[in-house]
Design a protein around this ligand. Structure first.
Ligand SMILES: Nc1ncnc2c1ncn2[C@@H]1O[C@H](COP(=O)(O)OP(=O)(O)OP(=O)(O)O)[C@@H](O)[C@H]1O
Ligand SMILES: [Mg+2]
Length: 241
């Protein structure tokens, strides 16, 4: 068996005096989309921040691409090829869409072919190309944040709740963009509360509760088992379409 691209084993994270992650174990296979699911406060964002080194794991191991990155600094982790799109997006509202994307590429101008590919994923951004990003809708801002994350080729994308608060039509556009990213072979770890989006996109599903992984398997297995969904997430697929 080949080693997964990312592997967390027995990861604990403390934030100040609080013990938030209690031994997180899961793997993200290369070229697949892994959904990280769980109720509010389960520890999903803390897990992404711990992978990025924004919180330091207090024990356990995080391996990425065959290397131990547990104690690496956030800039080193980013340089090793992991991009992180936090929930609060991180775009420059006073700069144009073009400037936002151009500034996201650290090692030189964004390759023209890549730019065309990115704008093909998020056609809405083309319309606002030379306008301040502050003019974009919430969903378009999310798309710009993802466009920034992929301005350069990356090995792994960590994305926190890209569909949060979006209207159904925008959720569908986001799903289409993620399908295209998957088709391009990107490896993605996606936090998602929208079970409809999760079931449409996930290859694998990892479910957290109270700082622990309580289930890992294929997304289709979870989609097919309403009782398991109810037990793990307290929701049913039908209720979230
Ligand atoms: N800076 C912080 N200081 C103290 N506690 C925190 C901090 N950040 C998160 N927590 C706590 O850690 C737990 C996990 O939070 P986290 O944000 O990782 O959950 P989540 O699964 O992303 O939730 P949501 O679905 O609401 O985004 C929660 O109990 C939260 O209150
Ligand atoms: Mg969160």
């Amino acid at each position: 068996m080949t080693e997964p691209l990312l592997h967390l084993s027995d990861v604990h994270t403390h934030i100040g005096p609080y013990h938030i992650l209690h031994g997180v174990d899961f793997a993200v296979p290369a070229g697949e989309l892994t959904m990280l699911l769980g109720r509010n406060g389960a520890g999903k964002t803390t897990t992404l921040r711990t992978i990025m080194g924004l919180w330091q794991a207090s024990s356990g191991r995080i391996r990425f691409d065959g290397r131990d990155i547990t104690a690496s600094s956030t800039p080193d982790i980013a340089r090793s090829g992991i991009a992180y799109v936090p929930e609060a997006m991180g775009i420059f509202t006073d700069l144009t869409v073009r400037e936002n994307i151009v500034l996201a590429a650290r090692s030189g101008p964004v390759d023209r072919t890549r730019l065309d590919w990115i704008l093909g994923l998020f056609p809405a951004l083309k319309r606002f190309w030379n306008l301040p990003a502050g003019n974009l809708s919430g969903g378009q801002k999310q798309m710009l944040a993802i466009a920034r994350a992929i301005a350069e080729p990356r090995r792994l994308l960590l994305i926190d709740e890209p569909t949060k608060g979006l209207a159904p039509v925008m959720v569908r556009s986001m799903i289409e963009a993620f399908r295209a990213l998957k088709a391009a072979g990107e490896t993605i770890l996606l936090v998602e509360q929208n079970f409809y989006a999760a079931s449409a996109l996930g290859d694998n599903a990892v479910v957290m509760d109270d700082g622990r992984i309580v289930h890992s398997g294929t997304m289709s297995e979870l989609v097919a088992d309403a009782a398991l969904q109810q037990h793990l997430l307290g929701l049913s697929l039908d209720a979230h379409q």
